[in-house]
Write a protein that binds this ligand. Sequence first.
Ligand code: ADP
Length: 175
Amino acid sequence: MTSTRAEIVLVRGDITEQTVDVIVNAANSSLLGGGGVDGAIHRRGGPAILDDCRKLRASRYGKGLATGQAVATTAGRLHAGHVIHTVGPVWSKTEDRSALLASCYEQSLALAKELGAETIAFPAISTGIYGWPIGNGAEIAIRVAREHGGAPLREIRFVLFDETAYQAFAQVLGG
Ligand code: ADP
C-alpha cells in the first residue's frame, strides 16, 4: 500500500537556494523583514515579497501576525511558488511555549496544503535569534511533520544552516 504521508528530508544548507513549492520564513510579527533567515529570504527573493507583506499589514494584519500563525505571499525571485511567513515564539525558561512553536509548523503545513503544495522547505523556526534549544526545536518540528504531512504534500524538507542543527534533526528523525 502506498503511504499518504510526506517524506521527511533533511538538507544541510541555505533555504533560499531550494527549489520547492513553498519556502517557509521564520518571520517576526511586523512582517516587514528582520535578520537571520528572514533577511536572507527578502534579500534573495527581492522586493516583491516585502510589497506583499506591506499589503497584508495594510489589510488583514494591521497589528502584525500573531505568534504561531502563518500567512502566504509571493516568493519573488526565489525558486518557489510561495513564501509562507510564520512567527515563532521567543524561547522562555519560565513558560512553556512549545504549543506555539508546534502551531507554526501546523499552520504552515495546513496553508501549504490549501495552496496545493507538494513540496515545502522549513528552516529550524525560533532556533536562531529567538533562542529555542535546537534539540527540542527539532523534536517539535519532526513530530508535527509526521502528524500533519498528508496529501498533497510529498516532501517536507528541513533545511538546516549549520552542522549542529543538522545533527539535532538527524538524531530525532533516526531515533
Ligand atoms: P528565529 O528568530 O525564528 O530564531 P532565525 O532566522 O534567527 O529565526 O533562525 C532560525 C534558524 O534558521 C536558525 O537555526 C538559523 O541558523 C537558521 N538560518 C539562518 N539563515 C538561514 C538560511 N539562509 N537558510 C536556512 N536556515 C537559516
